[in-house]
Design a protein around this ligand. Structure first.
Ligand SMILES: Cc1ncc(COP(=O)(O)O)c(C=O)c1O
Length: 350
């Protein structure tokens, strides 16, 4: 085990011992291999550099309460990366090869897997890039798949807490029929102007749909969740409704999908539809969700242009807190994994 203060890591890159690489030429993927070399010998005209032909992913492995190592929903990341590849005219990484690369990256970096109880995890950043040299505009035919592991600290080193968001209307993250539903670098570069301005104010930013600037799309690099109590129902406090945006421009979050399943299990109504910004006024809780944080509860959303502030209380609300702990419990082996989301990692036999 490395001498690392796991609780102080944060969501930052810590150099692992090995990365895993696999190249694609003439229609064939090579078997993934581990290497200590973190640099690429890449042609200056590679399509990833010239035309942004690249996609990436993010997933985690956890050391559980029972000492077992769990990789969370890697097949869903593999499938989403295949969709991103299709969206950018790249060769998809075969699902089983993706899985072998993740397992190899884990096996070769076991010393970086944080101990149970620290709240930290080993994060994997799978990356797919176009490597064919090309100056004429067009896609490449050669690709490289790379898995970069890095231990990351607990998202909430102290207590589970809230973040404030500001509504952005001057930067469109992704167009309705654009690349927003794919996890590709261009979406992030194009949102930096808005996210950095929000960070400078100690907040994160909400992206509205690019066509009408009326509906909630994404919360920085995460999906949005709102909780609404539907009054007048048979239950004493009414029905709890879990609301999340339906949009062709947002990334289908694997965390959101997991939370929706957990919400349904608890008898909550789950609704995925277009959500107008003003509907925030009817919600009792709101949050961003994604692999990094699971759930990042929102205390307030500032719509400075319209002079409106939507407030949700300074502490995380009961429904989102319950869902957050339920998912963390599955990831750390403290609760039954009824959905088979976790793959128990076995050391590879070479
Ligand atoms: C734009 C965007 N939306 C949503 C998410 C959340 O997705 P996931 O839960 O699969 O991490 C991410 C993070 O991957 C993201 O970058």
């Amino acid at each position: 085990m490395k001498e690392i203060d796991w609780s102080k890591l944060g969501f930052h890159y810590t150099e692992p011992d090995y990365i895993v690489r696999s190249a694609y030429h003439n229609g064939v993927w090579e078997e993934p291999y581990a290497t200590k070399d973190k640099y690429l010998h890449l042609h200056v005209s590679a399509t990833c550099l010239q035309y942004g032909q690249e996609a990436f992913e993010g997933l985690k492995a956890f050391r559980g309460v029972d000492g077992k190592i769990r990789i969370f929903r890697w097949r869903d990341n593999a499938r989403r990366m295949a969709k991103s590849a299709e969206g950018l005219f790249m060769a998809p990484v075969p699902e089983e090869l993706f899985g072998r690369a993740i397992r190899l990256a884990l096996e070769k970096n076991m010393d970086f897997l944080p101990p149970y109880g620290t709240g930290a995890a080993l994060y994997f950043r799978p990356l797919l890039i176009g490597t064919t040299p090309r100056l004429g505009v067009g896609p490449g035919r050669d690709f490289e798949f790379i898995v970069i592991p890095s231990p990351i600290g607990p998202y909430y080193p102290g207590k589970f807490h809230c973040t404030s968001f500001i509504v952005n209307r001057y930067v469109d993250r992704a167009a309705p029929y654009g690349t927003g539903k794919f996890k590709v670098g261009g979406n992030y570069a194009s949102s930096f102007r808005a996210t950095e301005a929000a960070h400078a104010m100690g907040m994160d930013c909400i992206f509205l749909d690019a066509k009408y600037h009326r509906y909630i799309d994404e919360c920085s690099a995460a999906n949005f969740i709102g909780i609404r109590r539907v009054a007048g129902d048979s239950q004493p406090f009414g029905t709890v409704e879990y609301l999340t945006p339906k949009s062709s421009a947002i990334l289908p979050s694997i965390t959101n999908d997991s939370l929706m399943a957990l919400a349904r299990e608890r008898g909550y109504k789950v609704t995925r539809r277009r959500i107008r910004l003003e509907e925030l006024a009817d919600m009792s809780e709101a949050a961003a969700c994604g692999t990094a944080c699971v759930i990042s509860p929102i205390d307030r959303v500032l719509d400075t242009e319209r002079g409106v502030t939507y407030s949700f209380g300074s502490e995380p609300g009961p429904v989102l807190s319950e869902l957050y702990h339920a998912l963390r419990d599955i990831q750390f082996g403290r609760a039954e994994d009824k959905h088979n989301w976790c793959e128990i990692f076995e050391i590879l036999k070479s």
